[in-house]
Write a protein that binds this ligand. Structure first.
Ligand code: CA
Length: 229
């Protein structure tokens, strides 16, 4: 839900069993993701000025993650660095932070935790998605997951909230049923669109007058309009 381009995340991880799910999860969050799998390439990517955040594994071939981090800082880069580490000793973490890392996540990590830390780093850097978005009388506050219409709170279920957030992120654009099923229900199975229809109708009702901003394009998807009908 940022007005400009999506935030760009550079992932430096040589273990494909970790990088695969991680890259997909970051892409689902709407980030542009580049993956590198060795230290020197991570350093070059970090110095290129094209990334907003580096997610950096410490055990990388060619050049240790800590050395990548030190080299970035030594060359004047202020790129936020989130370290992934299997080294969970306090001493290792202190060394990581001393090397110029901004935060760390211990492996094995849970994806939601990692994504939360990514958001924090991007927000700090001012490149994260806006936390509070207003569309007409509708205000969606992603920090508190609260939705208000004309200042009155609307209580939504998690799925209703996710659906509305997705529409708000793409205000004025068609969001296809395929995208909705994938992003909100994490399924490619379009047989489940009856569930979607039910959620849309409940969401509309809960939003009251603002619900009329949600337009159904039959057989295609949904669009949130800026104007209230
Ligand atoms: Ca590794």
């Amino acid at each position: 839900m940022n007005g400009g381009r999506p935030a760009r995340v550079l992932v430096a991880e040589d273990d494909t069993e970790i990088s695969g799910p991680l890259v997909r999860a970051l892409q689902r969050e709407g980030y542009e993701v580049a993956l590198v799998s060795d230290g020197p390439t991570a350093l070059a990517g970090g110095m290129s000025g094209t990334a907003d955040l580096l997610v950096l594994d410490l055990g990388l071939p060619g050049m240790d993650g800590l050395d990548v981090c030190r080299a970035l800082r030594a060359r004047g880069s202020a790129l936020p660095v989130l370290v992934l580490t299997a080294r969970t000793g306090t001493g290792d973490l202190v060394v990581g932070l001393d090397a110029g890392a901004d935060d760390y996540v211990a492996k094995p990590f849970r994806l939601p935790e990692l994504l939360a830390r990514v958001r924090v780093q991007l927000r700090r850097a001012g490149t994260g998605p806006q936390d509070v978005v207003a569309v007409g009388s509708l205000v969606l506050d992603d920090r508190s997951r609260r939705v208000t219409v004309d200042g009155d709170e609307v209580v939504l279920t998690p799925k209703e909230y996710e659906l509305l957030r997705l529409l708000v992120q793409h205000v004025g654009e068609v969001v296809t049923r395929e995208v909705i099923m994938r992003e909100v229900w994490h399924t490619e199975w379009l047989g489940a669109t009856k569930t979607l229809d039910m959620h849309v109708s409940t969401l509309r009702r809960k939003l009251g007058d603002a619900g009329a901003m949600i337009t159904t394009l039959r057989g295609v998807g949904l669009r949130l309009e800026r104007r209230e009908v």
